[in-house]
Design a protein. Structure first.
Length: 306
């Protein structure tokens, strides 16, 4: 592949394999509590798109608990004392501070997490409409205190097409995303963007169009996450799908689409993921996405000669 995958980029940047720790900020989501909308994005499950995160504890307790899980999974490769981790806040909207107290709590949480010697980088998942000046100020401070540790903000865009954004009830228009990218890049934050391929009503060309657009943003984004639409039990999209089923890609169709998407992206964008792995227990469709190993192998073959 012309582009680097995340694991490759991390190894080059930190000189070692870097593991991901799933953390929780305790934030909710403005697209659920009424500030931007009610009910959330139609594909989002109760877990706020971060099904594997730990319950809310102090940063030290969370890091310890997440490390135990990760270290047990990868026991022998690197001595525990030398391991590096990314503290990854994915579920819900992790810059959603509704008052000065919540802002202060987030400031402490992220600063304390970043201070830990084993934490190499901080990754904060959020919405582009949740980056007011005080949050940008907090992010700027985090960068200034430990400039050697990158801070990433992951924005859930999913699509550039407004008709789909309305249909999935994303709750903000594209110019809000564009401003967020400018604001974040101006203060030295690395921006990673999530895209969902296979949203209802979108053609293959429209999906590639979203990725093509992301390959050309000014300023440039740093990374991209591609994932297949997953219909999860308990979501509004599951109801919609039951009442009026829409086409779901086969694994082969999805891999071919990802291949075409990679071809419209520049060389220097980092690919954070090519497939999603949502909770199997909630998965309605596509059923192939429950077999992670098979999906990864098929994807690897599909893109290996790019
Ligand atoms: S913004 Fe994120 S957490 Fe909120 S409803 Fe949409 S996907 Fe779920």
């Amino acid at each position: 592949m012309r582009q680097k995958m995340l694991s490759e980029m991390l190894k080059e940047r930190f000189g070692t394999k870097v593991y991901k720790l799933s953390m929780t900020s305790g934030c909710t989501c403005p697209n659920r509590d009424g500030r931007s909308g009610f009910g959330g994005c139609t594909f989002c499950s109760e877990g706020g798109s971060g099904e594997f995160a730990a319950p809310f504890l102090s940063p030290e307790e969370q890091i310890q608990a997440a490390r135990q899980r990760v270290d047990a999974k990868f026991p022998a490769r690197i001595p525990m004392s030398e391991r590096k981790y990314i503290a990854y806040f994915q579920a819900f909207t992790n810059t959603y501070a509704r008052n000065p107290e919540e802002l202060e709590r987030l400031r402490r949480l992220y600063a304390q997490t970043l201070q830990r010697p084993e934490i190499a980088a901080l990754s904060i998942g959020t919405r582009p409409d949740c980056l007011p000046p005080e949050i940008l100020g907090m992010l700027r401070e985090l960068r200034a205190v430990q400039p050697e540790k990158p801070v990433w903000v992951e924005l859930g865009l999913q699509t550039v097409h407004e008709k789909t954004a309305e249909r999935i009830r994303r709750g903000y228009p594209l110019p809000v995303f564009e401003k967020a990218v400018r604001d974040l890049k101006e203060i030295g934050i690395e921006v990673i963007v999530h895209v969902i391929l296979g949203l209802p009503g979108e053609s293959r060309e429209e999906m590639i169009g979203t990725v093509r657009y992301l390959g050309k943003t000014e300023p440039a984004i740093d990374g991209i996450k591609l994932q297949q639409l997953q219909i999860l039990r308990g979501t509004q999209m599951a109801d919609e799908f039951r009442k009026t089923p829409f086409p779901i890609m086969t694994l082969e169709e999805y891999c071919a689409l990802v291949r075409d998407c990679l071809q419209v992206l520049p060389d220097d964008i980092v690919i954070h993921r090519l497939t999603g792995d949502g909770p199997k227990s909630l998965l309605i469709a596509p059923l192939w996405s429950g077999d992670k190993k098979h999906v990864l192998n098929t994807m690897r073959k599909a893109v290996s000669d790019l």
